[in-house]
Design a protein around this ligand. Structure first.
Ligand code: PGA
Length: 253
């Protein structure tokens, strides 16, 4: 069975290294038991080295944002190479909270830079609102084809997070419904086969993100056609995050 990916996007919920280390060690205590699940943590950049040191080999760590530049006169930017050299393994790219001020060309350049640096890319796509005429499908297709233009055809080190903006940061009742998610997951898979060989495209994990907690995670994974979840607020609290991971373990799928 394919491994499930549960990624925790801490956003800016954690503001202290001690708090971060505590959170990591609580997750780590149980991580080894989750054999069918890969856990990835995305802390705020200044906490990356603390989290990488605390996480050990049972979890991966990545940056919430990487710039399109590797090095140079770029005050305030972080690069994929820097993340990689710190021991990070992933880059979250194109999150909607970054797309508010970044365009598709920048997202594309960041994907390329992360891939060149040897990081795995978790590319976020998602519409701000659903359109009864289906325009949101075209938007998702464009976000994928624009960000992934020129990406190596093997599509290795790549995962997609479908995160409808309207479903982020709400309550579980307002998250996307599994049947709607399944339709979108099929659409994204088909769009990926336009960009990569079918075999390569079929291997790309598709995750869902947006108001996931322990009450809806299992149904989203079981009936939504996705192989993982990108979790925001719930991932910043050890008990809630572990409860969520428990709820999607193999025997419940
Ligand atoms: P949320 O965030 O789980 O708090 O809705 C998800 C995300 O934006 O990655």
């Amino acid at each position: 069975m394919k491994k499930l990916i549960i990624a925790g996007n801490w956003k800016l919920y954690i503001t202290d290294a001690g708090q971060a280390k505590k959170l990591v060690s609580s997750i780590k205590r149980k991580a080894a038991a989750y054999r069918g699940t890969d856990i990835i943590l995305f802390p705020p950049a200044p906490l990356l080295s603390h989290v990488i040191a605390a996480a050990g080999p049972s979890m991966s760590v990545g940056a919430q944002h990487v710039s399109a530049f590797s090095e140079g006169a770029y005050t305030g930017y972080d690069s994929s190479i820097l993340v990689k050299n710190l021991g990070g393994r992933w880059a979250l790219v194109g999150h909607s909270e970054q797309r508010t001020h970044e365009n598709e060309d920048e997202v594309h350049a960041q994907v390329k830079e992360a891939n060149d640096a040897g990081l795995s890319v978790l590319l976020c796509v998602g519409e701000s609102e659903r359109d009864p005429g289906g325009a949101h499908f075209a938007l998702i297709e464009r976000q994928l084809s624009s960000a992934l233009a020129g990406y190596p055809k093997t599509a290795s080190k790549l995962a997609i997070a479908y995160e409808p903006v309207w479903a982020i940061g709400k309550s579980a009742e307002e998250a996307m419904k599994p049947q709607d998610l399944e339709e979108m997951a099929i659409f994204i898979r088909r769009a990926l086969t336009e960009l990569f060989d079918r075999t390569a495209a079929n291997k790309i994990p598709i995750l869902y993100g947006g108001s996931v907690d322990a009450t809806n995670a299992r149904d989203l994974v079981k009936h939504g056609g996705v192989s993982g979840l990108l979790v925001g607020r719930t991932s910043a609290d050890a008990a809630s995050f572990l409860e969520l991971i428990d709820s999607v373990q193999t025997d419940s799928r």
